[in-house]
Design a binder for this molecule. Sequence first.
Ligand SMILES: NC(=O)c1ccc[n+]([C@@H]2O[C@H](COP(=O)([O-])OP(=O)(O)OC[C@H]3O[C@@H](n4cnc5c(N)ncnc54)[C@H](OP(=O)(O)O)[C@@H]3O)[C@@H](O)[C@H]2O)c1
Length: 225
Amino acid sequence: MKKRIIVTGGNRGIGREVCKQLVDLGHDVTLTARSPEKGHEAAKEVGAHFMQLDVSNKESIYQFTAKFNKEVGALDVLINNAAILKDNGMDVINADLDVVQQTIQTNVYGPWRLIQELSSLLQKSDNGRIINISSGMGAIEDLRGDHPAYRISKAALNALTIMAHSQVGSSVKVNAMCPGWVRTDMGGSGAHRPVEKGAETAVWLATEEEIPGGKFFRDKKEIQW
Ligand SMILES: NC(=O)c1ccc[n+]([C@@H]2O[C@H](COP(=O)([O-])OP(=O)(O)OC[C@H]3O[C@@H](n4cnc5c(N)ncnc54)[C@H](OP(=O)(O)O)[C@@H]3O)[C@@H](O)[C@H]2O)c1
């Protein structure tokens, strides 16, 4: 069945590839990006619809969700992909807390506010899903002092995943996934995975008929929080 899907940060990297794979499977994808030019171009290339959305800006989120409600009015899957990593070289003790705040604003408040604004629409779907693109760097058992902003933001996104699922899980499955180390602007050229592999588990979580909820995945297998 054709699903209505929103992907954030869809103009490049893993988000763009997730959009491409979902369109290729026949789904109705709204690719969102903060840059209208880059977003339009990527959407045209992959065959998705485009809507502008800066996930770090609450007014942008409200404008986007109002427009989406009016123009599309139905949603099966929300994929919270957009994120930043700005703390290379930082550790917990020397962390620039303005960078931590900016990272949490984008990587946690963005997905959180979208979940708040879109969950009523998702609850009307027969098979509603929220997929939070997280990272093994936010797994509690692997936490270390480097990348403090990014790690804290992904640990918080994981917590948000569990909490949101506990609230809406009877109608909307909420899961987090780690794409592995992927060759993108964020992952860098030394990463061993291509974007096709990085997108795979998010696409599976969006489209597989039966999936668990409130879990953390990599390579379609559950991993530890
Ligand atoms: N690559 C990896 O190895 C890796 C590993 C683990 C997890 N992840 C996660 O996978 C996801 C995708 O990462 P990636 O490697 O594809 O990163 P990327 O190449 O840096 O792309 C990030 C995307 O997020 C968008 N974005 C950033 N801030 C935004 C905002 N305020 N509003 C809207 N869009 C915004 C960017 O848009 P602009 O072009 O406008 O900046 C871009 O489209 C992220 O959640 C990341 O944390 C990646």
